[in-house]
Design a protein around this ligand. Structure first.
Ligand SMILES: [Zn+2]
Length: 470
């Protein structure tokens, strides 16, 4: 496939280190609160990428960390500790908070048909690895101790800014958002590998280390977890675009300094989900979670469908109106799949191969999911038997993850089930037909209203009147 690589700033042919195999790393959630649907957009698009690679014949190993320590409110090692803040808010221990929100995160993922990764590693389970890597970085002069903390020295690198060509001043950590500057740092972008002088007296999780009792910085976990499960060469690293700097930039700095050679080949970044008043956040406006979507009556897969309709490298605007449009389109799509006959004819393999090739071509071009969705409509319109259509829809849905065949089957089952009160409804429809024949429109309308009150919607066509419960 072709994939835009944030590190080279261009679309490239995807060639993994080992033929046929892909190691894929995803920065997991910081488990101090629920994920909002903007966070989940990244996981959802990464899920499509993983499934597409599998569909395209690769053996994929997907690794995800769970950040349960070390992530401060500002990505630049300042502000409150997110986990401590969450624990205080809910009067629970940090580990209780971590467990609760890890489970909540994967429950949300499941509802959105996001596959559980092959490896899930909480950051607190890897302390010895961090100590090993930090020790080597100190020995080789890439790190220094100041004020009790261990810092990575970014001035030792030939190139630090990998992902952007922005003015360095714009990105300077410490001057962003008016956060306080850490005077222990030799260079403004140096970052903490290990904290011992914590300003949080109530820091719950601490470990012994050669530099004193403390806890790891946020970035070191992803480098170490990736190296443990994917080895020295990682094929693909994913995350939300706001992770590109400083988090991913720092991951590259410390990993390559440690390994002494290039580390990760492809970087995939999913852009923001915005609301009409800007970037979505947990603290601003409505806290948009999967549970909230459900409370409002949306199937979470409607949100998945909504995300698939736009490209991952464009920011996407969320509004209830946009979601409603996606719901209408998704429901129609399911209805069209449900309307396919149980044609026992054999699948037209030649035609199917042609449509599959077109699907791979479309989605394989930098994960063009909206063209992938279009491919579904092309199949529904195609001049092939219904068995072939059904087979192709099931096939494409291995990547798109919209549960189309399951939803369609459920819909058919519901439609076939005997309905309570059907006799009465049929009688009313017959009366209405008589009234219409007699041009008694008032009575016909009154019966329609009566049915509506009973929760029955009727539809007139040339073939007669059909009804559904709404
Ligand atoms: Zn990470």
């Amino acid at each position: 496939m072709k994939l835009y690589n944030s590190a080279s700033h261009k679309k490239e042919e995807f060639v993994p280190h080992e033929p046929g195999k892909v190691t894929m790393y995803t920065c997991g959630p910081t488990v101090y609160h629920f994920a909002h649907i903007g966070n989940l957009r990244s996981y959802l698009m990464e899920d499509v990428l993983e499934k597409f690679l599998r569909y395209d014949g690769y053996d994929v190993k997907r690794i995800m960390n769970i950040t349960d320590v070390g992530h401060l409110a500002s990505d630049a090692d300042t502000g409150e500790d997110k986990m401590v803040k969450g624990a205080k808010r809910e009067r629970k221990s940090v580990m209780e908070i971590a467990k609760f929100y890890t489970d909540a995160f994967f429950a949300d993922c499941k509802k959105l048909n996001i596959k559980y990764p092959d490896v899930v590693q909480p950051a607190t389970g890897m302390i010895d690895d961090y100590i090993k890597v930090i020790t080597k970085l100190l020995d080789t002069g890439y790190a220094y101790v100041a004020g009790g903390n261990v810092y990575f020295d970014t001035s030792k690198l030939e190139k630090y800014y990998v992902f952007n060509d922005h003015d360095e001043e714009d990105l300077a950590v410490g001057v962003r958002e008016g956060v306080e500057e850490d005077t222990n740092k030799r260079n403004k972008n140096d970052f903490v590998l290990w904290f011992t002088k914590s300003k949080f007296e109530d820091q719950a999780l601490k470990w012994d280390s050669p530099w004193g009792v403390g806890y790891p910085g946020w970035h070191i976990e992803c480098s170490c977890i990736s190296m443990k499960y994917a080895g020295e060469y990682l094929d693909l690293h994913c995350g939300g675009i706001d992770n590109a700097f400083p988090h991913h930039t720092n991951e590259i700095a410390q990993s390559e300094a440690y390994l002494g050679h290039p580390w990760c080949k492809y970087w995939m970044h999913v852009h923001h989900l915005n609301t009409n008043d800007g970037k979505m956040s947990k603290s601003k406006g409505e806290f948009l979670t999967v549970s909230l979507l459900e409370e409002k009556g949306y199937d979470p897969l409607v949100y998945r469908f909504f995300c698939l309709q736009s490209h991952y490298r464009k920011s996407l605007v969320f509004s209830w109106e946009n979601l409603d449009n996606a719901k209408v389109a998704y429901d129609k799509l399911v209805a069209r799949v449900a309307a396919l006959s149980d044609d026992p004819a054999p699948v037209d393999q030649e035609a199917a191969a042609k449509y599959k090739a077109a699907f791979i071509e479309a989605v394989g071009n930098d994960l063009n999911t909206s063209l992938g969705v279009t491919a579904l409509y092309d199949v529904l319109k195609a001049d092939v038997n219904d068995a072939t259509k059904r087979s192709l829809i099931g096939s494409f849905d291995q990547v798109l993850g919209l549960s189309l065949l399951e939803k369609a089957a459920a819909q058919r089952e519901k439609a076939a089930a005997p309905v309570e009160g059907a006799e009465e409804i049929e009688a009313l429809i017959a009366q209405r037909l008589e009234a219409k024949k007699a041009k008694d429109w008032a009575t016909a309308d009154a019966i329609r209203d009566q049915l509506k009150e009973m929760g029955v919607e009727i539809k007139d066509s040339k073939e007669g009147t059909t009804w559904t419960r709404v």
